[in-house]
Ligand binder design. Sequence first.
Ligand code: DQA
Length: 148
Amino acid sequence: MNVRIRIVSGPNLALLGTREPGIYGRETLDDIVRAVTHHAAAAGASVEHFQSDVEGDLVRHIGSSRGMCDGLIINPAAYTHTSVAVRDAISACGLPCVEVHLSNTHSREPFRHESLTVPVCIGQIMGFGGYGYILAFDAIAHYLNQKR
Ligand code: DQA
């Protein structure tokens, strides 16, 4: 398939494994990325991953994605609910993007109910923990296949 996917992880996701495991589970970010990479390889696709706690670094990385990959899987974490800059970067890069959340943000505090970023994504997957990233890969691979 030769598809290249970038996974982009926002603030505090490097703490997965020990961060509020009752909400986010015990899988580390490395575990999740390894599982998606393995899953993608079976479909002939490659995955690269970038994590930052810094909004500007995320914006720069997303903005530099055009021509570097075919699609994005992004968990903007807390910036989901606050960042016009991350939203604009997704929109500006012109690539299909699937938004992922480990938790079901709609069953949590009201400030987590709104996503500024999802309107510029092709879709959103939430509430399935790390497995959501596998679902997101399948969704974006399906989307890209249909576009060919
Ligand atoms: C999160 C949900 C966000 O509300 C939160 O700020 C995160 C993680 C999730 O994956 O469930 O950091 O994006």
